[in-house]
Ligand binder design. Structure first.
Ligand code: RB5
Length: 147
């Protein structure tokens, strides 16, 4: 997929990792839109998940960071246009794209080092959805009641 833009957001726990990941995204030649937060003042991770979801367009990816990656990914996945995968390494990042067609990757800044997160993000951005049987499974994620 040709990537138009990459949106990135975090809570106070993810500020430092966000700086590193933004640099990595720029080095890959992508446009990166930083939605904050940008300091260590305590904020609520759902606000940043919802903000990023509201901006996410087709052909764009998102990157979300909180302390564990858990809260911010749960909040992001409440949105119909988001399939957010919390990833811990290149393996999970690759499969999040190949099998789950994730369009948002989440990291736990208190869990993962910047080097591993950067490698995982690069893998996420370059990996295509495999389709086939995974297409059917991804479609089944949506609940009938919500269709
Ligand atoms: C904030 O202290 C922390 O709860 C948050 O960053 C995240 O880990 C929640 O899932």
């Amino acid at each position: 997929m040709k990537i138009d833009k990459i949106f990135i957001a975090c809570d106070h726990a993810g500020v430092e990792l966000k700086v590193e990941l933004k640099e990595a995204i720029k080095k890959l030649g992508h446009e990166v839109i930083d939605l904050g937060t940008n300091n260590k003042n305590s904020v609520d991770y759902p606000d940043y998940a919802h903000l990023l979801a509201s901006k996410l367009e087709p052909n764009c990816y998102g990157v979300l960071i909180c302390g564990t990656g858990i809260g911010i990914s749960i909040a992001a996945n409440r949105h119909e246009n988001v399939r957010c995968a919390i990833c811990h390494d290149e393996f999970t990042a690759r499969l999040a794209r190949e099998h789950n067609d994730a369009n948002v990757i989440a990291f736990g800044a208190r869990v993962i080092g910047a080097g591993v997160a950067t490698a995982a993000l690069e893998t996420f951005l370059k990996t295509e959805f495999a389709g086939g049987r995974h297409e059917r499974r991804v479609k089944k994620i949506e609940l009938e009641a919500d269709k």
